[in-house]
Ligand binder design. Structure first.
Ligand code: NAD
Length: 288
């Protein structure tokens, strides 16, 4: 879709600072949404790594840029250059959105709100619910932090005994202390325990990269681990119809695609910058 508005002296910039980042679908999503609402903004990506991050933040602030997204490798580092960091970012240790209010920079993470809203749009409020979460990396941290803030009853995390596992122990302790939510961390190789925890869960979410191309034939749970009425969320959005979602459909569980987490995290950032609701159907079409 081409831009309807001419770029003029009034056009405002929104950026994305990360590397590598040329593959991102965020420009298509945000520019289509700006265009649909007649908002005179343009969204561009900038290949910025850790070494240039401090100067980039100072430059964007000096240029009075309204806001920007942040992705790897900068999500964990950018907080030190900002004035405020939200509770969810404090808990998940990452920032994906910065808002510039007249020179005051605030960082937050919208990945978790994207997850919670995707569930809500499919009929489930996370408040009072039990979540079983596969993975303890960046996406999982944002999800556990936001679900804890939003009043989930219990969050059970399963991960491999890799480097993420030890870090997750500390993160879970912090989230428990700050929110009072009951949380547990277990080894994902304990398949009997995994099945038992899923049996009493309202939501199962995969926040590992398992199932993503080129490993789309892999899945961490069997069909027999799932049950009717369970919400099965796959953060993986490439492919859109993952093996996990296919298994969910077969047993009458409710599949929720990571495409919607991607859209709703974008929508939350969009609202923080513009004060407007992102037109989801248009943004959805723009990312294909
Ligand atoms: P990450 O590298 O921070 O974490 C990877 C996680 O996967 C870790 O917990 C790791 O232990 C686990 N893992 C890796 N290989 C595994 C295996 N073979 N078996 C079991 N666990 C394994 O990555 P991330 O940024 O958290 O991303 C994870 C996935 O979520 C990716 O597929 C990414 O595309 C997706 N994601 C989606 C959205 C969205 O908006 N839908 C947002 C962020 C991430």
């Amino acid at each position: 879709m081409g831009r309807e508005l001419a770029i003029t002296g009034h056009t405002e910039l929104i950026g994305l600072v990360a590397t590598p980042i040329r593959h991102s679908m965020s420009p298509q999503m945000h520019n289509a949404a700006f265009d649909a609402l007649g908002l005179d903004y343009v969204y561009l990506v900038f290949e910025v790594g850790k070494e240039e991050l401090k100067d980039t933040v100072a430059g964007l602030k000096a240029m009075k840029v309204r806001g920007w997204n942040v992705s790897m490798p900068n999500k964990g580092d950018i907080g030190q250059y900002l004035d405020h960091v939200s509770l969810v970012s404090e808990l998940c240790g990452a920032i994906n959105t910065v808002v510039n209010d007249d020179g005051v920079l605030t960082g937050t993470s919208t990945d978790g709100t994207g997850f919670v809203r995707a569930l809500k749009e499919n009929g489930l409020d996370i408040k009072g619910k039990k979540l079983v979460l596969l993975g303890a990396g960046g996406a999982a941290a944002a999800i556990m932090a936001q679900c804890a803030i939003d009043g989930a009853r219990e969050i059970v995390v399963f991960n491999k005994k890799d480097a993420f596992y030890a870090k997750a122990q500390e993160r879970i302790k912090l989230i428990e202390e700050k929110t009072g939510v009951e949380m547990h961390l277990y080894d994902i190789d304990d398949k009997a325990l995994l099945k038992q925890e899923i049996d009493s869960a309202d939501v199962l979410a995969n926040a590992t990269s398992v199932g993503m191309v080129p490993h789309q034939d892999s899945c961490l749970v069997e069909e027999s681990d799932l049950h009717e009425g369970l919400y099965v969320f796959d953060c993986v959005y490439n492919p859109k119809d993952t093996l996990l979602l296919q298994r969910a459909k077969k047993v009458g569980a409710i599949p929720v695609s990571g495409v919607y987490m991607l859209l709703y995290q974008g929508a939350e950032s969009f609202k923080l910058w513009t004060g407007k609701e992102m037109p989801i159907d248009i943004a959805r079409k723009a990312i294909g």
